[in-house]
Design a protein around this ligand. Structure first.
Ligand SMILES: NC(=O)c1ccc[n+]([C@@H]2O[C@H](COP(=O)([O-])OP(=O)(O)OC[C@H]3O[C@@H](n4cnc5c(N)ncnc54)[C@H](OP(=O)(O)O)[C@@H]3O)[C@@H](O)[C@H]2O)c1
Length: 289
């Protein structure tokens, strides 16, 4: 996946970003400037990355127009940043709904912005990470098409996290040897807890920086349990519009937080590209580690 246009430079407007300065290769540093992420934490540092319209829509939910591309307008700079987060991550966690709506997608830095494939490899090596990030697919039902490229290409290690019932369903198909499968009892309501997801991911990969690219239902698990450290939000300057019951999802779906337990955050940084805002919000305060 890529865009023809060249990425524009991110204009820094505000920063209280925490953590270590990323050792970005020169071309990425020229675009992004000083960019920080906590790299040495004792427990998983979990970041989410979403693109949203002004009216809070993250998927148009129409045939041929799903995914984040139509939301951000396929903005090259957004893809560059997605690539940086993927290149820095130890695991990238996605829900089965996102894979179903974007079959063929690969959760690698070079897939989202191929022109910087070498820069992403250099960044990863500079971080001391010698293997690609683990792609983690979460599904309660186990309704997963194992013929998709994600499972067949052997490009990245893959872990499927499901329930015992989901595991039975997955095991009726041929599982490639490089795809790991883990199952855990779901909570009441059928979903797997974020804590259990994180424990299984920790067991399966080296490192503590976990990125979730959603979707909105999976993000709900992390937010509901207070397990999301930061949300990277690209606010695209368009209104998608709504009609009643149109099933156009917002950033998080599946729970009401406010008014009973509102989830306030702290703004970490703001960057600007044209009229797109790149926002970082911290949802969990941490002692310095
Ligand atoms: N704009 C953006 O930045 C952005 C980012 C991500 C996704 N999206 C879009 O959002 C849409 C998908 O929304 P969605 O809410 O359906 O996405 P989702 O969270 O990826 O998928 C929901 C499905 O994932 C599994 N799942 C999620 N959380 C789970 C949990 N805690 N335990 C067990 N299984 C869990 C379940 O799969 P089973 O049904 O198999 O049990 C569930 O039905 C797509 O159109 C996608 O392109 C947009």
């Amino acid at each position: 996946m890529s865009t023809d246009k060249r990425p524009e430079t991110f204009v820094p407007l505000y920063s209280q970003e925490r953590g270590d300065k990323l050792p970005l290769p020169a071309s990425l540093a020229a675009l992004l400037g000083d960019f920080r992420l906590p790299l040495k934490t004792q427990s998983p540092y979990v970041i989410g990355n979403f693109a949203s319209t002004i009216d809070g829509v993250v998927s148009l939910n129409e045939q041929g127009h799903t995914g984040g591309g139509p939301i951000s307008g396929f903005l090259a700079s957004d893809h560059v940043l997605m690539g940086v987060l993927r290149a820095a991550a130890d695991a990238i966690i996605v829900g089965a709904g996102t894979l179903r709506d974007e079959p063929g997608h690969r959760w690698t830095a070079e897939y989202i912005y191929p022109a910087f494939a070498q820069e992403y490899r250099d960044l990863r090596l500079a971080l001391g990470k010698t293997i690609p990030p683990l792609t983690v697919l979460v599904s309660a039902s186990g309704h997963i098409d194992l013929n998709q490229g994600l499972f067949q290409r052997r490009e990245v290690p893959v872990l499927i996290i499901t329930t015992p019932e989901g595991e039975k369903r997955v095991r009726t198909k041929k599982i490639p040897s490089w795809v790991q499968l883990a199952s855990v009892q779901p909570q009441q309501g059928g979903n797997i807890s974020a804590q259990n997801i994180l424990t299984l991911v920790e067991q399966a990969c080296h490192g503590q920086l976990f990125l979730t690219e959603g979707g909105p239902q999976l993000l709900n698990a992390f937010l509901s349990e207070g397990q999301l450290d930061e949300l990277f939000l690209t606010l695209a300057p368009q209104l998608a519009g709504h009609i009643h019951n149109d099933q156009r999802p917002a950033v998080v779906m599946g729970a009401h937080f406010a008014p009973d337990r509102p989830l306030w955050s702290t703004l970490q940084s703001v960057r600007l590209v044209g009229s797109h805002l790149f926002l970082r919000y911290a949802f969990r305060e941490r002692e310095r580690e």
